[in-house]
Design a protein around this ligand. Structure first.
Ligand code: RB5
Length: 153
């Protein structure tokens, strides 16, 4: 699986851990930075870079990390087509795929332990979107991105 990952300084340590762990598991991981936990940077820049790359590559999914995961998830969800879920355990991560077909996962570098974060990512990657009753709900989310397109007809 191609995984695009990015973080701010608050997520740098967790990102470094996940890049290593996911690469060891055989995933193709592309790290868009940041490259230090020492220098303060702005999480929207890295969340946007991940989100745009995910939208440009149908084979890729994304992971965004900031201190809490909150800012990074908000930013990623501003990119049309992104369904970014902030998760804190394996269950919410699995649900993010099964019910919401999340194509980007958000994690908190200051809130989530390394092994829990890895369990989140693995649970999400191993899950399958269930479709069915969930699809009309995702269609309604997509319509929110283009209100004139849906309401104008
Ligand atoms: C940076 O200090 C911090 O605000 C950021 O990493 C994130 O937690 C924002 O949501």
């Amino acid at each position: 699986m191609k995984i695009i990952i990015g973080s701010d300084h608050g997520g740098f340590r967790l990102k470094s851990f996940l890049v290593h762990a996911l690469t060891l598991k055989g995933h193709d991981v592309e790290d868009l930075g940041t490259n230090s936990g020492e220098h303060s940077v702005d999480y929207p820049d890295f969340a946007a870079a991940v989100a745009h790359k995910v939208m440009a590559d149908s084979t890729a999914v994304g992971i965004v990390i900031c201190g809490t995961g909150i800012g990074a998830s908000i930013a990623a969800n501003k990119v049309v087509g992104i369904r970014c879920a902030l998760v804190h355990d394996g269950y919410t991560a699995r649900m993010a795929k099964e019910h919401n077909n999340a194509n980007v996962l958000a994690l908190g570098g200051r809130t989530t332990a390394e092994e829990v974060a890895l369990d989140c990512v693995v649970s999400w990657l191993n899950a399958t979107y269930q479709g069915g009753r969930h699809q009309p709900r995702l269609d309604k989310i997509a319509a929110l991105e283009c209100p004139l397109g849906s309401a104008g007809k």
